[in-house]
Design a protein around this ligand. Structure first.
Ligand code: COI
Length: 350
């Protein structure tokens, strides 16, 4: 692909906050503005608006607090080499939020409203989009049942809110991770909410992840609830294996989150003429794979250095020349505007 490395053409003093970009990890750094829109019916949207970052007022009987009626999304804004700013496939996050909202009986912002709100929020916080190579601006859209309820049922009013934070790497471990196979607790169950980005999918994994971290692992690899034989996901990302030059990942059949990075990596792999199969991936195949890697907005594409099942530890090659490395480089070069985006995935907003 053609490299588009151009010098920064914008005035640095205006473009950035005074901040030590070299210290960025995956932690919250509040930025200047949040976006809020109230939705009280299918087509009943208030005018969304930006306000200064800060606490919001919400009823103690809001459905999100009492019954977990809430969704989140995660996407990033990237600084291009020329100082401009771009988003990566934001319409896919909008569509995923809509699917989740249907499942949780909430009205959701239409795709164009979602994308416009993301653009406005990023532009209001543009001084916080890190310089090229230093990280990205993580964008966190939330949709929540904010109206009061007591009996079981959807909230009469929902709130669509967006906040942002500059971030660096998700894992402190660096370019590769060590996974521990969780044998008792599944992440998702058939018929449940594993395929949507419900807030209720995440706190149930804390215990297993904390236990694995206490043993020195980076994260947990969950098995399917129905048979306990197939791998499903890591706490916050999708999983892939490479075996005999074929790329495999579990299918999005209801318990797997349809990740935007997952989809993009499959499309890049097909573009590069790899054979890709979305099918059940038995743990046995993982333990005999040539490569294992994870994908997600927060983790990007991260190679897995080891998988431990009870006391069996399997190690994988990491570093240069891996399939995952090739895919990661192509994806990040498109996302950050280093190469021309022939896929048509990026949206330049500044
Ligand atoms: C993301 O990758 O955006 C996620 O949703 C992971 C999140 C738990 C930080």
């Amino acid at each position: 692909m053609m490299k588009l490395l151009r010098p920064c053409t914008r005035n640095n003093d205006e473009a950035y906050v005074n901040f030590n970009w070299d210290k960025l990890g995956f932690g919250l750094t509040p930025t200047d503005y949040i976006y809020i829109m109230k939705i009280s019916g299918k087509d009943n949207f208030s005018e969304g608006s930006l306000s200064r970052y800060g606490n919001i007022e919400i009823s103690p009987s809001a459905a999100i607090f009492n019954y977990g009626q809430g969704l989140f999304e995660g996407l990033k804004a990237y600084r291009r080499p020329d100082g401009g700013i771009q988003l990566f496939r934001p319409e896919l996050n909008a569509l995923r939020m809509k699917n989740g909202a249907d499942r949780l009986c909430m009205p959701s912002p239409p795709v164009d409203v979602f994308v416009d709100a993301v653009k406005k929020t990023v532009l209001a916080n543009q001084r916080w989009v890190p310089p090229p190579g230093k990280g990205s601006l993580y964008i966190r859209p939330l949709l929540m049942g904010s109206g009061p309820v007591l009996g079981i049922g959807p909230a009469p009013e929902c709130t669509f809110l967006i906040f942002t934070s500059p971030i660096g790497n998700w894992y402190k471990c660096g370019p590769s991770m060590s996974l521990y196979v969780e044998n008792e607790v599944p992440r998702a169950t058939p018929g449940g909410t594993g395929a949507i980005k419900s807030i209720t999918n995440y706190s149930p994994v804390f215990e297993a992840v904390n236990k694995a971290k206490a043993k020195g692992f980076t994260d947990v690899l969950f098995l399917d609830a129905a048979t306990g034989k197939n791998v499903e996901e890591v706490s916050s990302c999708n999983v892939f294996i490479v075996k005999d030059n074929v790329i495999l990942t579990p299918p999005t059949n209801g318990t797997i989150l349809p990740g935007v990075t997952r989809k993009s990596i499959i499309e890049i792999a097909l573009h590069l003429k790899y054979k890709v199969e979305e099918r059940d991936v038995p743990l046995m195949d993982v333990l005999t794979a040539d490569e294992v890697f994870c994908t997600g907005t927060a983790v990007g594409v991260t190679a897995v250095a080891s998988v431990t099942h009870y006391d069996k530890r399997v190690e994988y090659r990491t570093g240069e020349k891996l399939v995952s490395q090739k895919l990661r480089v192509m994806l990040t070069e498109i996302q950050t505007g280093v190469v021309e985006d022939k896929m048509g995935w990026t949206m330049q907003i500044h």
